[in-house]
Design a protein around this ligand. Structure first.
Ligand code: PLP
Length: 378
């Protein structure tokens, strides 16, 4: 252990590779793989993850905004990159110069991009986003909006200066269980296919890349892969319900920085929400909510040590928190502690926090260095 690192996130690119191959093995022949690396690759480090995916032959990457895309291009990543969110039209020139693919979510924005691209004498590659029920971004096509939606997509795609390479939609319930969620997802898919068909028939516009499958759809819905899939969470080792044998890729690690004996009946940390029920061997670990360990987990979680789980005690502070080592006499100063990873499931920690693994992974803050070499507690 490098003692300058108080707390760090160990990232296994080998496990990213394992997960990539496991997902790829499920895809039909010829289906492209878009790796979602937004939010710094769900906290795993977008540049390192993207480089590995590029080397493995992923055909596309996706980020949420221009800055995230620029970071990858500056790092020398040449794979096509789709920006999932909005980019203001003022940046059209940069989108073209950096060879980025922009999502287009309505006709008005298509017109703005088209105007600038045409004035620059360039072409902006775009993917059309269809809102089939997520009620977030995209051309509204549900119910009574169908005809106008189709018409608007056609006019967006026939504007000068735009190359409509792809079309996509996003599922709201593909990772939820139950018949209602299934019916809703099938409805979204059916609507998406109908939009594509109608745009082709009425406008003669055909897309090279049609895509809709996020992690939930890759796992739960065969036949929705189309020309490309768009998994994020699966790549990082979660969301398959054990079906794909995925491996977690991030272990959030820290170590014991102080140990002391606290007498029975004393309050621990801010607010005194925990009182020692016995003389307690208390460890202080240098991780707190400024590192991404949510304060809402205070007094309700445990972390992995080499000899078992250590319960966390009292409020989690900004930079540190306390763990009970009374029953773990082998855990000493500098012993490694895994907050989550291979031994302590981030899914369980997320449940305790009332959230999802996504949020815990991308909450690991920038103060926490990412380390791309395995050490691990064994
Ligand atoms: C984040 C995102 C994904 C990936 O979602 P996962 O659930 O992590 O697979 C796919 N598509 C879009 C549009 C997204 O925003």
């Amino acid at each position: 252990m490098d003692l300058r690192k108080r707390t760090w996130a160990e990232i296994s690119l080998e496990n990213i590779e394992h997960n990539y191959r496991a997902i790829r093995a499920r895809l039909p022949e010829g289906c492209k793989f878009l790796g979602v690396v937004k939010a710094d690759a769900y906290g795993h480090g977008a540049v390192a993850v993207s480089k590995r995916l590029e080397a493995l032959g992923a055909e596309y990457l996706a980020v949420s905004c221009l800055d995230e895309a620029v970071e990858l291009r500056e790092a020398g990543i040449g794979t096509p990159i789709l920006i999932l969110g909005h980019t203001p039209w003022e940046y059209t020139g940069e989108l073209i110069a950096r060879d980025l693919t922009q999502t287009v979510t309505c006709e008005a924005k298509a017109r703005e991009y088209s105007k600038v691209a045409a004035a620059l004498g360039g072409t902006l590659r775009v993917h059309i986003k269809v809102d089939t029920g997520m009620s977030r971004l995209g051309f509204l096509c549900a119910g009574g909006h169908f005809d106008l939606g189709v018409e608007n997509i056609i006019s967006a795609c026939t504007l000068p200066g735009l190359d409509p390479e792809g079309i996509y939609t996003h599922f709201a319930l593909s990772d939820e269980e139950g018949e209602d969620a299934r019916a809703f997802t099938l409805g979204q898919f059916e609507l998406f296919m109908r939009v594509i068909e109608c745009v082709s028939k009425k406008g003669g516009v055909n897309f090279k890349i049609r895509h809709c499958a996020n992690s939930g759809a890759v796992v739960n819905y065969e036949g929705m892969c189309l020309d490309m899939v768009r998994p994020g969470l699966l790549l990082y080792g979660y969301g398959d319900g054990g079906k794909l044998g995925l491996r977690p890729c991030m272990s959030l690690m820290t170590h014991v920085s102080t140990i002391k004996y606290i007498d029975e009946g004393l309050p621990v940390s801010y607010g005194g929400v925990f009182t020692t029920p016995r003389r307690t061997r208390m460890g202080v670990i240098p991780i707190g909510y400024a590192d991404g360990l949510m304060r809402s987990l205070s007094n309700r979680c445990s972390f992995a040590t080499a000899s078992g789980m250590a319960p966390q005690r009292g409020r989690i502070c900004m930079d540190m928190c306390m763990i009970d080592l009374t029953d773990l006499p082998d855990v000493n100063l500098e012993s490694l502690i895994e907050i989550f990873g291979e031994h302590a499931s981030v899914e369980e920690l997320a449940r305790t926090a009332g959230t999802i693994p996504y949020e815990l992974l991308c909450s690991v803050s920038k103060r926490v260095p990412r380390v791309y070499a395995p050490s691990k507690i064994k």
